[in-house]
Design a protein around this ligand. Structure first.
Ligand code: SF4
Length: 363
């Protein structure tokens, strides 16, 4: 539960002009309300509007199931803010609430007996992009909305999995079959997003049709579709799913990851590290050597190819160790940058604006 703007003027809000508030005198209360409610009334409260605001605040706070976040901005629309009196009434001093209250660089390690950290590629990428973002998502467990584009990507991945499984079973997959599979695999957006759904569904159909037209000849080379793996990395356990493993044209195996996007914004996904990590963690699960890594961009039908050799293996191990050690040592320093623009926490995060104004970051 997030209660934003816990400052004077917002919580409590000022009373609206012209609205008369009054308190029924205690001696008249039993005449106008059920006696049990009259008996529960607090002794005279100075300001009924304030009492009402306090009750509202109490309700907001007590709806939380696991975590309450109170935000106390220093300014709202350039106006300086004063922390709400409700905070001191709760016995909270502002210095306890200030961000950063996160320990961002301390040597404190996880308590002994704490389960090993469980990492996916998304978690690793979040940490490498911004350790604070990793912390908010994976340590503090904040949820972020599922955007249409994520749902769209899930439908495409389900369709590709169905296509590749069929191909692996030796069944023919032509454009019509692939589009029928796409219909079956489509995850509806919900009634309030009908326009967006229609638009993205058309786009998805075009991506799938082109993929089948251009890659049908590679289907006999499919070896695994959605290969799940887990990998013991010492202080951490890694798991994930590889979109596709196929026989590479020049020998060995090719690991393929599909992206819904085109080149634009690809740097945010760290696509190269992703396929390298898959090669690193899946090598022992496969019956042949990995010789090629491919990122397939469905939006423009383009592919990016990367080598897999001892240098790439060392690079992955190094990055992995860096992330595992950073998490074990509780290092969650914010790393503001252009990626903040795509971060779900940018409106809450006090560091995000510094990314937009680099001169403030240096101040
Ligand atoms: S807004 Fe930027 S600095 Fe803040 S958590 Fe997100 S990525 Fe990190």
């Amino acid at each position: 539960m997030i209660v934003p703007s816990v400052v004077e003027g917002r919580r409590p809000k000022p009373a609206r002009r012209g609205v008369v508030t009054y308190r029924i005198p205690d001696e008249l209360a039993p005449l106008v309300m059920p006696p049990e409610i009259a008996a529960r009334r607090q002794p005279a409260e100075d300001d009924p509007h304030l009492a009402d605001q306090r009750r509202l605040f109490y309700v907001a706070m007590t709806r939380a199931r696991d975590l309450v976040i109170l935000s106390v901005p220093e300014r709202i629309r350039k106006q300086r803010c004063k922390p709400s009196r409700f905070l001191s009434e709760m016995g909270l001093e502002l210095k306890e609430l200030r961000i950063p209250s996160y320990r961002i660089d301390g040597p404190e390690r996880r308590a002994p007996g704490t389960p090993r950290v469980h990492l996916t590629f998304s978690a690793i990428n979040a940490y490498l992009t911004c350790p604070l973002r990793y912390r908010l998502l994976y340590e503090d467990g904040l949820s972020v909305p599922t955007w249409y584009f994520v749902q769209f990507g899930a439908s495409l991945h389900r369709t590709l999995e169905a296509i590749h499984r069929r191909a692996f079973a030796g069944e023919p997959v032509d454009e019509a079959t692939a589009l029928a599979l796409f219909e079956e695999c489509w995850v509806p957006f919900g009634p309030r997003s009908a326009d967006a759904e229609q638009r993205l569904k058309e786009t998805g159909r075009a991506y799938i049709a082109r993929y089948v037209r251009e890659y049908a000849t590679s289907f006999p080379r499919v070896r695994r579709a959605e290969l799940t793996f887990s990998y013991d990395a010492g202080d951490a356990l890694l798991s994930g799913r590889v979109d596709l493993v196929r026989q590479a044209e020049g020998g060995g195996l090719e690991i393929v990851d599909f992206k819904t996007r085109a080149h634009g914004g690809l740097e945010l996904t760290n696509a190269r590290l992703q396929v390298e990590l898959y090669a690193f963690t899946c090598e022992n699960l496969l019956d042949d050597k990995v010789s090629r890594l491919t990122v397939h961009l469905l939006a423009d039908g383009d592919t990016l190819d990367f080598p897999w050799n001892s240098q790439a293996r060392q690079h992955v191990r190094h990055r992995l160790d860096e992330v595992i050690a950073g998490i074990a040592n509780r290092q969650f320093a914010p790393n503001p940058g252009p990626h903040c623009q795509a971060c779900d926490f940018r409106r809450l995060c006090p560091y995000a604006s510094r990314a937009a104004h680099p001169e403030q970051a240096e101040a």
